[in-house]
Each structure stands twice: as C-alpha cells, then as structure tokens.
Design a protein around this ligand. Structure first.
Ligand SMILES: *Cc1c(COP(=O)(O)O)cnc(C)c1O
Length: 357
C-alpha cells in the first residue's frame, strides 16, 4: 500500500530500532536517563534555549506549555485552524481552564494586525489574554511555512504587550527546511517551542518542549501531573536522537515528492490544486463537488491500495514521508485518476470524522 494518510504512519527503520535497542538508560523521572538528558540538551541547544523536557506526544507537550503560561480564566489567541484549539480534545479547557480565542486570519497565518484588536483590556468581565500560539508548519493551514519576519513581528508585539509566545512546531524541521531559516532563528521568537518526533522525523513516539530553565522546570511538574513522566524513556529518546542526526536533511526529499504529487494531481480531471501553494510535505486538494466528496474518493482509493486523508467536504490531504518513495508518486496519482474516471459518487463512506494529525 502507498500510505499518504499522514507522516505519523512511518515505522522505525532498522537503524533506528538498532539505536533504540542499544540505548543507555536510567530512571528519567529522577533525571537519571543519560539518553533522555542528551536529547534534551541537544534540542535546547539547537533552539538556543536553556532547557528542554521530553514528552509522550505533541498534544502533551503543547498542553504542558499552556499550563505553564496560563492560569484558569486566562485566554490564548490562536489561528482558527490551529491544532491546539481544534484537535486536542478540548484540552486547554479540560486540563487548564483556558479559553481559546480563535482568530480568523485571511491566509491562515497570524499577523500583528489580526491580533491587535483581540487583546482584552484589564476588566473583570473579560478573560485575561495571556498567550499567543502559532503553528509552523501550519497543518490545517495547508502545510505552509511562516516567514521568519512575520514570527518576529508577532513576537515583538506579544512581548511588548506582556503576552507569552508558544510555538506548536510539530513539523518545525519541515518549516526550517522550506523556510530557509534555522531552528535557533525560530527559537528566538518564542518562550516555548514544541516539536514532534513522530511525524516526518519517523519516530514511533515522542515530542519535546524547549524554553527557559524556569518554564521547563514548571513544565516537568506539569508533565508529572498529566501522567507523562516516564522511567527508562531512553529507549524512545534514542530514536529521537537518531532522527535528529539522520532524518532532518532528508525532509527535502519529502518536499520534492510533494511537489511532484501536486504537479501531477493538477493534471487530473476533477481535481483542483495549485502546486505553488504546496510548500512542504502536506498536499491539500479539492474534489469537484459535482463528482463526489473527499470521503468518497478516500473509499475508492482503498481499492487501489492507496490511502489519503479526507478532510471536511471536498478537501483531501496527502502527506509524503520517510516511507514514500519518488516512484510511488505517479502510482498514487494514477490511482486517483482511475478512481475519478470510474466515478466515486456511489462509494460508501466508513463512519469517522475528519482527520487532523
Ligand atoms: C500531530 C500534531 C500535533 C500533536 O499531535 P499528537 O497526536 O499528540 O502527537 C500537534 N500539532 C500539530 C500541528 C500536529 O500536526
């Protein structure tokens, strides 16, 4: 099967498994796992931060940051398509009593003008605005990349208004690869940065949160409360170290494959896509609504051993990653062409909501 559902479907490579099997480990909850400690200092240094803390998932790592920056009754500002506000099970409210204020920015990327009017003045009636969250690359924002200058402008505005800045960098290295800036450039725009190892980097699990000594000390407490403090976590941290050393530069291959996919899909009847909007490994396209829905195309594709991720309505997402080869791209496009030509309208759609990872 050619699985373009998400970059979360990657399986650890034999070399990664080898690194995991031979990891030196200890009790991480006591700060004694050398592999976790190594990973944490490695990431802190890459981002120009004082410290970092390993977490089980991207959701956990984001929510640890939110709890550090906010108290119950506070609100955060985030783009209306943001993962933290839409796809983390209501965690800001459920875990930390935080109100999420969704801001609809014209192109999916927050700019100072979008935020300025949203800052609540000091008033007992209003939530206290405390935090700005950006997402880079923006997942439901089309996998697009924030320009460095824009992150800098937002940070300057936020800090001058006493707000904290958090980055959901689930795909940070896709952003730095395509954006032409360094992880450290990004680190300078945020108080805390979360990165996922289980997406394009190809690890079985794990995320990390980087920030100041104080913020990360607090985040460690929160991680314990959220049930994410582990023991011999070096087994999984070793996969992350391996990925940082071996799977970052190859992300450019995924981006090239995504470009190919977009270009070839644009030639398929009934598919609407603008290849220049594809900046990283996430490829979004629309299906002509006279022909069927993305869920129906998804069902039809299963007969051709190809999987993609139907979003709401006409919108479909296909993701390139470590386990997708260049020669899979024309095969996947061929499957789409055949499915569309055969007609997808009659397809029965399995139950289940839109996908978000
Ligand atoms: C995948 C993802 C996360 C974290 O999701 P988990 O399933 O908890 O690992 C966070 N933000 C974005 C943008 C993501 O794509």
């Amino acid at each position: 099967m050619i699985d373009l559902y998400s970059d979360t479907v990657t399986r650890p490579t034999p070399a990664m498994r080898q690194a995991m099997a031979s990891a030196v480990v200890g009790d991480d909850m006591m700060g004694e796992d050398p592999t976790v400690n190594h990973l944490e200092s490695m990431v802190a240094e890459m981002l120009g931060k004082e410290a970092a803390v390993f977490a089980c998932s991207g959701t956990q790592s984001n929510q640890m940051a939110l709890r550090v920056h906010c108290v119950p009754g506070d609100e955060l500002l985030i783009n209306s398509t943001g993962h933290i506000g839409n796809y983390e099970g209501g965690a800001p409210a459920a875990l930390s009593g935080i109100t999420v204020r969704h801001i609809t920015a014209p192109n999916g990327f927050l700019e100072v003008e979008d935020l300025r009017g949203q800052l609540a003045p000091e008033d007992q009636h209003l939530c206290r605005t405390r935090l700005v969250c950006l997402e880079n690359t923006a997942n439901a924002g089309g996998g697009r990349v924030y320009p460095l200058k824009q992150m800098q402008r937002v940070a300057e505005w936020a800090w001058s208004n006493n707000l904290k800045m958090h980055l959901d960098g689930a795909r940070l290295f896709n952003a730095t690869t395509a954006g032409g800036y360094s992880p450290e450039d990004v680190g300078q725009c945020f108080d805390t940065v979360s990165i996922c190892f289980s997406k394009g980097l190809g690890c079985p699990m794990g995320s990390i949160l980087a920030g100041s000594h104080d913020d990360i000390r607090q985040a460690r407490r929160v991680r314990k409360i959220f049930g994410g403090a582990l023991r011999q976590a070096g087994i999984i941290a070793a996969a992350a170290v391996y990925a940082l050393e071996n799977h970052v530069t190859r992300l450019a291959d995924d981006h090239r494959n995504a470009q190919q996919l977009a270009a070839q899909l644009s030639a398929v009847d009934g598919i609407c896509i603008s290849p220049k909007d594809v900046e990283t490994n996430l490829v979004f396209f629309e299906i002509d609504k006279n022909l069927g829905t993305s869920a129906q195309l998804g069902s039809a594709l299963s007969e051709f051993d190809v999987r993609m991720s139907p979003f709401r309505g006409q919108r479909m997402r296909a993701v390139t990653h470590l386990d997708v080869e260049a020669e899979d791209i024309p095969k996947a496009v061929d499957a789409v062409r055949k499915a569309m030509a055969a007609g997808i309208r009659e397809q029965r759609v399995p139950a289940g909501g839109p996908h978000s990872e």
